[in-house]
Design a protein around this ligand. Structure first.
Ligand SMILES: Nc1ncnc2c1ncn2[C@@H]1O[C@H](COP(=O)(O)OP(=O)(O)OP(=O)(O)O)[C@@H](O)[C@H]1O
Length: 240
């Protein structure tokens, strides 16, 4: 296990948002963190990063990181792509990447250009003129510049057209060949395609864990956990 949360709770401004989360993320591949709106998915990622104060145990690579400052957690090898892809619109792609370079760390442009060849071609283009999908690639590329063993990625396909969702999904698949990914995602066909494991939250608690394919194939479970009325078709299987 690369990540293990035990009894993690978060209270913000008197609201109890996470109620003792227990979850594990196995090394490699994509683990999807699912749940209806407002159940605490983003807060779980922020608790792991130390952005919100949490109680309980958060083990990364066997070491308890709970209570450590965010910069130390990032240095320990956890990358974060927050929900709003806040690229610097007036700066070029290359400048956006340069800003992500960390002092004393050799930036891994080989990996970034291997994963995102289009960004190399567009390095002189202003980020604000890129499509939403391309901006998401910049956000992912920034985090891949620095060595990380675990990436926390929050709703990277939100608001993107289907073709761009597919491109971001392909990028995440390639990233997950090198780095473990914990992905908050609402797009279930994408989860079906790229995730190995699924964890479902409901009102600040883990209510389900299984291989992603098992959850996606179970219409009743999907309906009860996520309010989705139809099982997500497996694109790899021929339709009858
Ligand atoms: N800083 C905060 N102060 C007060 N309440 C907060 C704060 N951040 C989140 N919440 C509340 O905590 C709950 C969980 O929020 P969170 O963003 O983690 O949910 P989510 O599952 O990621 O939802 P979404 O899919 O809508 O992003 C929500 O009810 C939200 O309003």
């Amino acid at each position: 296990m690369i990540l293990r949360l035990s009894d993690v709770s978060v209270r913000i401004a008197g609201s109890h948002i996470l109620h003792g989360i227990d979850l594990e993320v196995a090394e490699g591949g994509v683990t999807a963190l699912l749940g209806r709106n407002g159940v605490g998915k983003s807060t779980t990622l922020k608790a792991i990063l130390g952005i919100v104060p949490a109680t309980g145990t958060i083990e990364f690579d066997g070491r308890d990181i709970a209570g450590q400052p965010t910069h130390k957690i990032v240095r320990a090898g956890i990358g974060y792509v927050p929900e709003d892809r806040d690229v610097f619109a007036g700066l070029t792609v290359a400048q956006n990447l340069e800003l992500a370079e960390q002092p004393g760390v050799d930036p891994d442009y080989d990996t970034v250009h291997d994963l995102f060849p289009e960004l190399l071609e567009r390095r002189k283009q202003r980020a604000g003129t890129l499509s939403g999908g391309q901006q998401q690639m910049v956000a992912l590329a920034r985090v891949m510049l620095n060595p990380a063993r675990l990436l926390l990625v929050d709703e990277p396909t939100k608001g993107l057209a289907p073709k761009l969702v597919e491109q971001v999904g392909d990028a995440l698949t390639r990233i997950a060949e090198r780095t473990t990914v914990l992905l908050v995602e609402q797009n279930l066909p994408l989860v079906r395609r790229i995730a190995r494991d699924a964890i479902v939250l409901d009102t600040g608690r883990v209510v389900h864990r299984s291989p992603a394919a098992d959850l996606m194939a179970d219409e009743t479970l999907l309906d009860s956990l996520l309010g989705v009325s139809a099982a997500v078709p497996d694109p790899g299987k021929a339709t009858r």
